[in-house]
Write a protein that binds this ligand. Structure first.
Ligand SMILES: *Cc1c(COP(=O)(O)O)cnc(C)c1O
Length: 467
C-alpha cells in the first residue's frame, strides 16, 4: 500500500515513511491510494475474533509492505493488553436501539489511547529497524498529552516533549502527565495559552535546521497511523451488533474529525454503516456545515467539553477530498480559500455528497449538563461531557429510523468529574491505577513563551540521543 497526499504535490510514501512524516510536504494529509475491500464472508469470520486479533486483520493491508503479520499481531496484543477491559472497547446497551461503546478503557481514560498505544509501538518497531531515533514535540489542551506520553514512555529511540498551558489544564490532566517518571518524557508548562503552545510547536517544525537536527515528528491526529488504528473499533462493535447483515449508525463526539473519519474509512472498506452522527458543543461549525453548507470560522469558545473546542478540524481535509471527487487541485483551492476568507466555498454537488451519510448536531453547556443528568436518571450510567452530545444526538436521530445506533464514549467520566458532579450530583471515581497520582511528586519545567529557550531546553534534555 502506498500513500498519496490530498494536495497531490508530495511524493508517494510507504507506511513507515508516512508514520514518521506526519504532515505531507505539500501541506496536505496522507491517505491510502486505494481502500482494501472486505467481503461479507470475511467480516463474518472476523466477528469471532478478539479485539487484538481483529486489529491485526484490519490494519494488515495498510502496513503489509513494511510489517509482517506475525509482528503486527504481537504489537496489537501488546498495545491492547494494557486496556482494563477484556473486550478493549466494551458495549453497553442504553435502550432498545442505542449502545454505548466505551473507548476509554486505556491507560489515560480517553479514546486517544486506542490509537496512540499502537502508534508508540509502531514508532519503536520502525526506529529499531531503521536504527534511528526521533524527537516528538506536541502541544496539548488536556487529553492528547497524557495519551502520547503513556504511548511513548520508556520506548527506545524516542524523546517526547509535551507543552501545556500553565494553569489551564485540569489537575487530573496535569498530574497524568507530570507524575510519569521516565527519562525520555519531558513536560513543559508554558506561560501562555494552548494556542501559544501550538504556535511554539509549529515554529519548531518551521525551523528546518532544528527540525532536521532532532528528527522532529508528530503525534497529533494528522498522522495516518492514528486514523488507521481507530478503524478497528468500528468493525469490532458493528460486527458484534449484526453487521454485515444489519446496518448500523455511529454517533461520534467530534473535534478534529479524526475519529469520525476513521468510521468513514471503515465504510469505504465495506462495513455497512448507514449514517454518521457528528456531535459538537457550542463551537458548532461542523453542525452549521452539515445543516446548511455554512462552514465559516468563529472564535473558539471554552466549553464543558474542551477536547471539542475547535473551529478548524484538521482531518476534515481528508473527508473533503472525497466530497470533491478525489481531485487534489479542487481540494487545494478550497482549503486555500477557507484559510484566506474563513469560509469554505463548496458547490451544491459537493455538499450533497458530504451530507449523503453525515448529519450534524450540537449542544451548549446547559444542554450537556441536562443530557448527563438524563442518561444518569434513565440508565444509572455516568457519561462525560463529550459523549453527552452524541447520546443526545442518538436520541433525536436514531430512534426515528429504528436503526441500531452506537454512541462512541470518548472519555471516562472521572476525567471531567466537576461537570459530571454538577449535572448528576455524583462524583465519578478514578480507576484504581490512577488514584496514586495525587500523592506522588510532579516533575515539569516552567517555561516562558519563548522559542529559543524551548529549543535550548530540548537540545539539552535530548542530548543523550543525539550526541
Ligand atoms: C480528542 C477528543 C475528541 C475529539 O476527537 P477528534 O478525533 O478530534 O474528532 C472527543 N472527545 C474526547 C474526550 C477527546 O479527547
Amino acid at each position: 500500500m502506498k500513500y498519496i497526499s490530498t494536495r497531490g504535490q508530495a511524493p508517494k510514501l510507504d507506511f513507515e515513511e508516512v508514520l514518521l512524516t506526519g504532515l505531507a510536504e505539500d501541506g496536505g494529509l496522507y491517505l491510502p491510494e486505494t481502500w482494501p475491500q472486505i467481503t461479507e464472508e470475511k467480516m463474518k469470520a472476523w466477528a469471532k475474533l478478539s479485539y487484538a486479533d481483529l486489529a491485526a486483520e484490519v490494519m494488515e493491508p495498510f502496513v503489509s509492505e513494511c510489517i509482517d503479520k506475525k509482528t503486527l499481531t504481537e504489537l496489537c496484543h501488546k498495545a491492547y493488553g494494557r486496556f482494563r477491559h477484556e473486550a478493549v472497547t466494551p458495549l453497553k446497551q442504553l435502550d432498545s436501539q442505542v449502545w454505548l461503546q466505551e473507548l476509554f478503557q486505556g491507560p489515560t481514560l480517553a479514546f486517544k489511547d486506542c490509537a496512540l498505544q499502537m502508534l508508540g509501538l509502531f514508532f519503536e518497531h520502525t526506529l529499531a529497524k531503521k536504527k534511528s531515533s526521533i524527537t516528538i514535540i506536541g502541544a496539548t489542551s488536556g487529553d492528547t498529552g497524557s495519551a502520547a506520553i503513556e504511548a511513548c514512555r520508556d520506548r527506545e529511540g524516542i524523546e517526547i516533549f509535551i507543552l501545556f498551558p500553565d494553569g489551564k489544564v485540569s489537575d487530573v490532566q496535569r498530574r497524568q502527565m507530570t507524575t510519569v517518571d521516565s527519562p525520555n518524557v519531558h513536560c513543559v508548562a508554558v506561560d501562555g495559552t494552548f494556542d501559544d503552545c501550538q504556535d511554539l510547536v509549529k515554529a519548531c517544525f518551521n525551523d528546518h535546521e532544528f527540525r532536521n537536527k532532532i528528527s522532529l515528528s508528530a503525534v497529533n491526529s494528522i498522522n495516518w497511523a492514528r486514523i488507521m488504528a481507530q478503524i478497528v473499533y468500528y468493525f469490532y462493535s458493528a460486527l458484534r451488533l449484526g453487521a454485515p447483515e444489519r446496518e448500523v449508525q455511529f454517533a461520534v463526539p467530534t473535534g478534529n474529525f479524526g475519529n469520525v473519519f476513521a468510521g468513514y474509512a471503515a465504510q469505504k472498506m465495506g462495513l455497512p454503516i448507514s449514517k454518521f452522527l457528528v456531535g459538537s458543543n457550542r463551537n458548532d461549525i461542523l453542525t452549521r456545515f452539515f445543516n446548511a453548507n455554512d462552514m465559516s470560522i468563529k472564535t473558539v469558545e471554552p466549553s464543558l467539553s474542551p477536547s471539542m473546542d475547535i473551529q478548524i478540524s484538521s482531518n476534515f481535509e481528508r473527508f473533503l477530498y472525497f466530497c470533491l471527487d478525489e481531485n487534489p487541485k479542487a481540494l487545494t483551492d478550497a482549503m486555500t480559500a477557507f484559510r484566506k476568507d474563513g469560509k469554505l466555498p463548496l458547490s451544491n454537488a459537493a455538499f450533497t455528497k458530504a451530507t449523503e451519510c453525515f448529519e450534524g448536531f450540537s449542544l451548549d453547556d446547559e444542554g450537556i449538563l441536562a443530557e448527563i443528568a438524563r442518561v444518569y436518571t434513565e440508565n444509572q450510567e455516568l457519561i462525560d461531557p463529550h459523549t453527552a452530545a452524541s447520546t443526545a444526538h442518538a436520541k433525536v436521530s436514531g430512534n426515528k429510523q429504528n436503526l441500531t445506533t452506537i454512541v462512541l464514549a470518548t472519555a471516562h467520566p472521572a476525567k471531567f468529574s466537576e461537570a459530571v458532579k454538577m449535572a448528576s450530583g455524583v462524583t465519578p471515581k478514578l480507576p484504581p491505577h490512577l488514584s496514586h497520582i495525587f500523592s506522588i511528586p510532579e516533575n515539569y519545567k516552567l517555561s516562558p513563551n519563548d522559542l529559543s529557550m524551548l529549543q535550548t531546553f530540548v537540545m539539552s534534555e535530548g542530548a543523550a540521543t543525539y550526541s
